[in-house]
Design a protein around this ligand. Structure first.
Ligand code: SER
Length: 587
């Protein structure tokens, strides 16, 4: 069996030996980007560089990036849908282009992964009003050895990637497929027809365009290459598995569920897959600072945990105990690649959410007993209020000798879904690259706030998180007690003083070790590359940071601290917002 760990290592090595610098995986929660909930592709954290900002490590990068996609959460339980997954990727930031990218892709697949070239198929962009047919990529594929009859041309739907939000870098791509079953579904069997024969394993995107807010595709100052290979899927298909959970990325987790439940995977596949997938995702989401809640990221985390807990219940275990070995298995398996998951936090956070859920479930069960006729509307209310999934309600109704109309339930469900989609769109509005002025200003305020807190409260204060929206910033930091009104005032005054001094914000690039030795603050020191940028605001603040920031503090306008509260044991949270209309971040 080819192991995922081998593929990961080979990939990094292959591209490192071709001049690529290895960069660390960025957090799942994008830093200072309020327009997306989670990192959904390897390129997300690199958007500023794809748009032309120089990367401190140069023009060739390679990494494995943790990603989370929740659009298909209801599909998890089948063989290949996962919420959390890892993407291997290599980038050229205005350096090499199609020729090298394609030749290296082919070489890696056939020489390093030893894929039989006869089982490789590719597709290229067919061309439309926005961009021409990508004959160049097809010619390169032919020259490296893919016969013309295995090179397909498809439209935007299949062979165009991005932008990740509504605006941002994008372009035609060329996709590589592995002939997994070697069994045609009919005379016209071809990649992209979803018959199960061809599995897409790698995508080379040629990012030449920036999609603007008014829907135009303007040429980027530099053409980039962005490639992405899903580690889970590739490992499974090249091993000939028709079930992704059979690889070394999942087996230790599956075994932990067998152990904790005393049941066999083979007889309970769907439940096992949901438990494994969702606890793996939840462990990573918690690690990146999210707490379960009824909003946005917190709500997604809550759903992941509750859905997994229900499946543990279906396996006749007590979820508030049986989840522990599963989360531990995830940590043991992944800590080598993501050292920060190795902490008691995921276990604690997931455990307390399960306890809350069980209380709600019990209340819901009581409520259920009172209902005489269970219809689709009741089923939906139970789902909505107590988190009862459809299957559970059906089961309970059957015990009462009643059948429920699924269509009624689905109609209610759909109404709700449309509502939450509309709400979600708000988050994505503006597009990924839209580091608008207001975001940038608030970002600089977080640096001022960090320094001011340390001046007033002491140098034990450390940033533990931040979140910026169009009209406020939130900042979490370590401090054992509530701030007095006087302390809050002093912090606010210092920040406004520094703003009125209109101090220049100066960016320099230096080795991380030097920056730290010089006393630069670092939010998550291990997450910055060895050579990193440092932003300095006079003698007042110095932090390792990817930017962007205002050029000078006068651009910010006055700010006000609107709230100070607890954010957990030993943690405080501050909200701040712009006050002066004329000069405010909203202007
Ligand atoms: N961004 C592309 C993808 O997600 C390639 O990395 O497939």
């Amino acid at each position: 069996m080819v192991k995922a760990s081998e593929i990961r290592q080979k990939y990094l090595k292959f591209f490192a030996s071709r001049g690529h610098k290895i960069i660390p995986s960025a957090p799942l929660v994008p830093e200072n980007d309020p327009t997306v909930l989670f990192t959904t592709a390897g390129m997300h954290p690199l958007v500023p560089y794809l748009l032309g900002q120089p990367h401190p490590l140069g023009k060739r990068l390679v990494d494995y990036q943790k990603c989370l996609r929740t659009d298909d959460i209801d599909e998890v339980g089948d063989t290949f849908h996962h919420t959390f997954f890892e993407m291997l990727g290599n980038w050229s930031l205005g350096d090499y282009f199609k020729k090298e990218a394609i030749a290296w892709s082919y070489e890696f697949l056939t020489q390093e992964l030893n894929i039989d070239p006869d089982r490789l198929y590719v597709s290229c962009f067919a061309g439309d009003a926005d961009a021409p047919k990508d004959k160049e990529s097809a010619a390169i594929w032919a020259s490296v050895g893919i016969p013309r009859d295995r090179i397909y041309f498809f439209g935007k739907k299949d062979n165009w990637w991005g932008p990740a939000g509504q605006t941002g870098p994008c372009g035609p791509d060329t996709e590589m497929y592995f002939d997994a079953t070697q069994k045609p579904c009919g005379p016209n069997c071809q990649p992209g027809d979803n018959c199960g024969r061809f599995c897409e394993i790698w995508n080379d995107v040629f990012m030449q365009y920036n999609k603007t807010a008014d829907g135009r595709f303007e040429k980027l100052p530099q053409p980039n290459v962005d490639t992405g290979m899903g580690l889970d899927r590739t490992t499974a298909v090249i091993n000939g598995f028709d079930d992704g959970y059979l690889t070394d990325l999942w087996q230790p987790i599956i075994k932990s569920i067998e152990k904790t439940s005393g049941k066999k995977y083979a007889e309970n596949k769907k439940a096992f897959r949901i438990i494994a997938d969702h606890f793996r995702a939840a462990t990573f989401v918690v690690t990146d600072g999210v707490l379960p809640s009824n909003k946005e990221r917190g709500y997604i985390l809550r759903r992941l945990i509750r859905r997994a807990a229900l499946q543990l219940r279906n396996l006749d275990t007590n979820p508030s105990q049986s989840y522990v070995p599963v989360v531990d298995a995830v940590i043991n398996l992944m800590k080598q690649y993501y050292p920060d998951i190795n902490s008691p936090t995921p276990r604690q956070t997931i455990g307390s959410e399960i306890t809350k859920f069980q209380t709600t479930l019990d209340r819901g069960l009581k409520e259920f007993k009172k209902v005489s006729a269970v219809d689709g509307k009741v089923a939906f209310d139970l789902f909505q209020t107590y988190g009862f999934p459809w299957e559970l309600t059906v089961e309970l109704a059957l015990e009462k000798g009643q059948k429920i109309n699924k269509l009624e339930f689905e109609t209610e469900f759909k109404k709700h879904q449309d509502l939450s989609r509309t709400a979600n769109k708000g988050v994505f509005k503006g597009g990924l690259q839209d580091h608008s002025d207001v975001t940038t200003k608030y970002h600089t305020v977080t640096h001022l706030l960090h320094a001011a807190l340390r001046q007033i409260l002491g140098t034990h204060v450390q940033q533990k998180g931040s979140n910026i929206t169009g009209d406020r910033l939130r900042f979490d930091f370590s401090h054992p007690e509530k701030l007095t009104p006087d302390q809050v005032n002093q912090v606010e005054n210092i920040i406004n003083q520094k703003i009125s001094e209109d101090i220049k914000v100066v960016k320099t690039e230096m080795p991380k070790s030097q920056a730290l030795a010089e006393g630069a603050l670092a939010f998550f020191p291990e997450r910055y590359p060895d050579f990193a940028s440092v932003y300095q605001i006079g003698n007042f603040s110095k932090e390792l940071c990817g930017g962007p920031h205002v050029n000078s503090t006068g651009e910010i306008g006055r700010i006000k601290i609107t709230k100070e509260e607890s954010a957990g044991a030993g943690l405080r949270r501050i909200y701040a917002t712009a006050v002066s209309k004329k000069n405010s971040p909203q202007a």
